[in-house]
Design a binder for this molecule. Sequence first.
Ligand SMILES: Cc1cc2nc3c(=O)[nH]c(=O)nc-3n(C[C@H](O)[C@H](O)[C@H](O)COP(=O)(O)O)c2cc1C
Length: 376
Amino acid sequence: MKTLVKNFLPESQVDRLRNARLLFKESGAARLATSVQTSGLKFASSAKPLATAYYSLLSRQFRREERAVLLGLAKYHAELQEDDANVFLMRRNVHRLEKGLLMRPRRPVFAKDYILETVNVYRKIVSEPSHADESTAESLLWAHDVLRAYFGAVAPDPVLDHAREVFEKCPAPAGNSAEAKRIPYKRLLDDHPVSYEQLEQLALKRRSVRWFEQKPVPRELLDKAFTVAGLSPSACNRQPFRFLVFDDPETVEQVASLPGGTIGWKHNIPVMVVVLGSLDAFYSEKDRHVIYIDGSLAAMSFSYALETLGLSSCICNWPDIEAHEKRAQEVLGLKGYERPVFFMAVGYPDPEAMVAYSQKRPLEVMREYNPPINRS
Ligand SMILES: Cc1cc2nc3c(=O)[nH]c(=O)nc-3n(C[C@H](O)[C@H](O)[C@H](O)COP(=O)(O)O)c2cc1C
């Protein structure tokens, strides 16, 4: 509506309308409308069924999310039924096996309730060339090494022995070596690659940068930063996200126009990154927030890595606005179960441009040791 008005009315009229709207906000009628709305919200939030009714009948705000979560679940479960080859399931289960292997004390028999599922999904992926493609090659090598370590470590048991037999009949994944390398290990603790002071300096230096030098960003540097991003923690190590990178000036302009928060500075962005979450990584709705959590953790590492390479970034918000979602789906060709987490502008910071001071909340406000808890 806003865009429509802006496109069809002269600027002076748009200004008048804006002033009228601002004045209306101060009026008694607006205050009455706000108070009715507040009472309605209080009432709807006073009990779970009322909240459900509110979001089913009166508000459409969650509809896209609900559909996206469902599409992801449907894809995940269909893959299990049809060919048992969901790579996210394999990654999650292999991660669980690793946790069992490093447990203290390690139990002689563990993972009994999901080892067959794990071996089956591994067998499907490793045996079918269509599944064992580049995107799963590294996951397969990891699964192979961990499964081998697991079967070498557990005690005899009918279920585990059966799973071992299935595993031993599987072909080895491409690139496999005799020495199992991708298994739990002890870290070298004397090695401190970065001091606290260095990390603090990096955090102090990083700021959201919105003005960039007009020169291309070498992909080699971006890939270095993405490599660090890929090392970030992720729930059950599934890593249910991808980075879509746009560095062609014409496309960048289009992509930079998708999020609203780039207005006024989008024309100077050299690279746009879309952090994209994939909801087909989960078997249950309970994990629906994980794409946002994992995507954000990776993006933070990416942002710090960029700074070490002389590059800067600014996250661009992706609020859940139906019209924006539709447009992004069209422009980026997204599947229904894929959702942008947010966008990131990247480039060489313009040394002449300013960054916001962005005061941070004090430590004492931000953290609280041992707040009172209810021990009953
Ligand atoms: C989730 C998220 C969304 C953001 N969206 C925008 C945005 O749309 N436009 C913008 O100019 N900055 C955006 N920012 C940058 C914030 O304004 C910035 O991080 C904050 O003011 C703190 O400043 P600093 O990053 O320099 O420490 C966003 C940051 C985050 C984390």
